[in-house]
Design a protein around this ligand. Structure first.
Ligand SMILES: NC(=O)c1ccc[n+]([C@@H]2O[C@H](COP(=O)([O-])OP(=O)(O)OC[C@H]3O[C@@H](n4cnc5c(N)ncnc54)[C@H](O)[C@@H]3O)[C@@H](O)[C@H]2O)c1
Length: 360
């Protein structure tokens, strides 16, 4: 795999910039990947994870930063795609000095990259990073930030699911439908509430006893099943993966009874080709990065000075975007995941090109 794009190397990733950052004393080893700034500064979170190797960390940041370019483009943001990884176990090495050293590297990119939370980093970490750089979102409310991004992530997933329901059953509601939620974490909890408010039946699962306890106490009407495999095989209309990636794979898709998949998890398709398998089985897949963009919409709003109502309005538009993608998929005879990529690439090319019009 090479980073530099060229016509004679189709395996190249085509990233604009990849920066390796090291601060030996604090133990910081980070890689910042900027896939595209065609639509604006690259925005994407920082993943703090004990990768098995430098190669694994690099592969992840290249993949994730590319994904953010597509997500931000379809979220209608004037932002490009980037992501960062910090290589190491956050439980062992996360410290003020390490986070601030990282912040200085983000600052050194002079606004080409804005960071945010991801796996292993939290709102409180962003507040620390913000002591060294202006280019950070996902800060705490006390520091002018958007706080918990899962609120609008769940709202956006619900909007995408409504659009998918309309496409399949003719009405933009989950009322009377049985929805399987895999993962009752930050997003899954809010999503469950939206679904119940809309009149859906919810059946759920989680590996964490605390999450199960929460749902038993808060929403006793929710049915629980043992694990994600049981949920996939259950008599459900909609499957909402809200835990880890790879939920849609060669084992789960053939077993799936739902007619619609719409959930918060990133990278739901275990490998390319799964989108076709879903389409062949007549299952409508609302692309993950389209429906889970509410979180990035929420934190991106901080750049203008956070306003929850404005961000919510923007996240509500995920309904329209999902509809447009599903229509395009039908028109062009391709799975929705392919239609979404095409639409994102079109926006990056059409709007990104405008920067070539010279301003006085
Ligand atoms: N939080 C956001 O704003 C946001 C934004 C975009 C995408 N996402 C994605 O959505 C997903 C959920 O995010 P979150 O913030 O709610 O994370 P979270 O860690 O709060 O929740 C995940 C939940 O899934 C459960 N889980 C893990 N493995 C499971 C399994 N095998 N079966 C059933 N449950 C399992 C966990 O116990 C946990 O309760 C992740 O894939 C995340 O990357 C989140």
């Amino acid at each position: 795999m090479g980073v530099f794009a060229s016509t004679d190397d189709p395996g190249s990733t085509g990233h604009e910039q990849v920066v390796f950052c090291q601060d030996k004393q604090s133990g910081l080893k980070a890689i910042i990947g900027i896939y595209s700034t065609a639509l604006g500064p690259a925005l994407g979170g920082t993943r703090f994870y004990p990768y098995a190797s430098e190669e694994a960390a690099l592969a992840d940041v290249l993949d994730l930063s590319r994904g953010m370019a597509y997500k931000n483009a379809l979220a209608g943001l004037d932002l490009g795609g980037g992501k960062a990884v910090i290589w190491g176990d956050p439980e062992q090495i996360k410290s003020e000095a390490l986070l601030r050293a990282y912040g200085r590297f983000v600052e050194s990119l002079a606004g080409r990259y804005y960071t945010a939370c991801d796996v292993g980093t939290y709102v409180a970490d962003m507040d620390v990073i913000a002591r060294e750089t202006r280019y950070v979102t996902g800060r705490s409310v006390e520091h002018g930030g958007a706080g918990d991004s899962s609120i609008l992530t769940a709202w956006g997933v619900f909007q995408g699911m409504r659009a998918a329901a309309e496409h399949v059953w003719g009405a933009p509601t989950l009322a009377g439908k049985r929805v399987g939620v895999a993962g009752l974490g930050k997003v899954g909890k809010y999503l469950t509430k939206h679904l119940l408010d809309d009149g859906a039946e919810v059946v759920a699962t989680d590996v964490n006893p605390k999450a199960l306890e929460w749902v038993r106490t808060t929403h006793p009407q929710v049915d629980l099943v043992d694990d994600a495999s049981a949920l996939v095989a259950a008599d459900i209309d909609v499957y909402a993966p809200c835990a880890l990636g790879g939920a849609l794979n060669d084992d789960t898709v053939p077993a799936l009874r739902a007619k619609v998949v719409a959930g918060a998890a990133n990278n739901q398709l275990a490998h390319s080709g799964i989108e076709k398998l879903l389409a062949d089985r007549g299952i409508l897949y609302a692309p993950d990065y389209v429906v889970n963009a509410g979180g990035v919409i929420q934190v991106a709003d901080e750049i203008e000075g956070f306003n929850f109502d404005r961000a919510k309005l923007r996240a509500t538009k995920i309904y329209d975007t999902t509809r447009e993608i599903l229509r395009l998929a039908d028109d062009e005879g391709v799975p929705p995941a392919v239609a979404a990529d095409r639409l994102a690439e079109r926006r990056m090319a059409d709007v990104g090109r405008l920067r070539t019009i010279r301003l006085g």
